[in-house]
Design a protein around this ligand. Structure first.
Ligand code: NAI
Ligand code: MG
Length: 355
């Protein structure tokens, strides 16, 4: 039987609560469609950092390399500074495995209330492509004269031609397969070196895709358009920082960050790609068993699609849509009082056809 080897990193907080539901749904899918998963669990997390001083072992990247994919929950703990959890685990994985695309879909489902008025399911359905390995999130810089009047901090933004063009090209290819419309996030009026460079690369590549309609907005007005005109978008591409901000705003506009998935992709498939919900470890609700598992489950569907199981991915997404539309099993963030497990089981059951 075809078997996919997947490294599982539940992480911290609600990551440990939603990952089991993601696995249960993917197991139900594998059973129905006749293939298998070989899951291998890693306890890499802030809790591990507190015990050992490291988020993952020194050879962590080498341990992950042979897997077909990585399925991650979330990392983050109130007692560990966020830059340690991010730079000790997520960023090394994204960079070592050249996961230079962070793909984050935004969709308004039937059964989810949006804070915006007058939109119905189907009106809002777009994808954000975030540059994931360079840009504003660089470790080039430093601080001097700490604790004095002369204290100074400098951080460099790094845009390379290779890095900018490959992510923009990925976005054009995605738009070509979608509604043939690509929007670029810029800020070339205020950030006068890197952003005009980004725009130049975008325009050069646009010339190769005459069939794709393009738009270009400064990030400030683009955030306003996300709220006022979410139906304008098909694929939106942005740098690491802009893409990060847009991909929290997008899910908020369609109802809950708890349902938003993401894929950290190495499009060339030289290395494993990583699939994780957009949300973090949510210490405010961790341990209560009420986190919404849909972001994790939908990330699992994105993993299936990347592994070449598009039909199975469609079935998982249909099961999510079906359960949400019935409005019977809902976690508190989307207006109900169901548990993480209740909602996970409802999606698994919908997939098995045994509601
Ligand atoms: P967060 O996403 O953990 O939580 C933001 C808010 O959304 C909270 O009120 C939370 O309860 C709610 N929420 C998030 N996911 C939910 C779900 N599945 N169901 C219901 N409600 C949900 O972001 P926050 O609070 O900024 O960060 C908390 C920790 O997570 C920090 O340590 C941060 O560094 C880390 N983090 C980790 C990420 C990752 O592992 N990729 C991404 C974002 C944050
Ligand atoms: Mg974020």
């Amino acid at each position: 039987m075809k078997t996919y080897r997947v490294a599982v990193i539940p992480g911290d907080g609600i990551g440990k609560e939603v990952v089991p539901e993601g696995i249960a749904v993917l197991e139900a899918a594998a059973k129905r469609f006749g293939f298998a998963f070989d899951w291998r669990h890693f306890d890499w997390s802030c809790e591990r950092f507190i015990k050992t001083g490291r988020m993952m072992p020194e050879d962590g990247i080498a341990q992950l390399k042979p897997f077909d994919a990585i399925f991650l929950g979330a990392v983050g703990h109130p007692d560990v500074p966020d830059h340690i959890s991010l730079w000790g685990l997520l960023i090394p994985i994204r960079r070592s495995f050249l996961q230079y695309v962070n793909l984050r879909p935004v969709r308004l489902f039937d059964g989810i209330e949006t804070p915006l008025k007058n939109w119905k399911p189907g009106d809002i359905d777009f994808q954000i492509v975030r540059e994931n390995v360079e840009g504003e999130y660089s470790n080039i810089g430093g601080r001097i004269y700490q604790g004095t009047e002369d204290e100074m901090a400098i951080q460099q933004t790094v845009f390379t031609r290779r890095g900018v063009t490959r992510v923009i090209r990925y976005a054009f290819e995605l738009a070509r397969k979608s509604k043939k419309h690509l929007t670029s996030a810029t800020k070339s009026n205020g950030i006068i070196f890197t952003m005009p460079f980004w725009d130049e690369c975008f325009n050069e590549i646009a010339a190769e895709y005459p069939d794709v309609r393009t738009d270009n907005y400064h990030i400030d007005i683009l955030t306003a358009h996300f709220v006022r005109h979410p139906d304008w978008f098909d694929v939106v591409v942005g740098s690491n920082l802009f893409g990060d901000i847009l991909s929290d705003l997008g899910p908020a506009v369609v109802g809950s960050i708890g349902i938003a998935p993401s894929a950290n992709l190495n499009p060339e498939r030289e290395f494993p790609s990583m699939f994780e919900p957009v949300h973090g470890s949510a210490p405010d609700i961790a341990g209560k068993g009420i986190a919404n598992p849909i972001g994790q489950i939908w990330s699992g569907a994105m993993m299936l699609r990347h592994l070449g199981e598009a039909k199975v991915a469609d079935a998982v997404e249909a099961a999510i849509a079906d359960v949400l539309a019935k409005r019977r099993v809902r976690t508190p963030d989307i207006g109900g009082n169901a548990s993480t497990k209740d909602l996970g089981q409802a999606v698994a059951a919908a997939l098995g056809g045994t509601k």
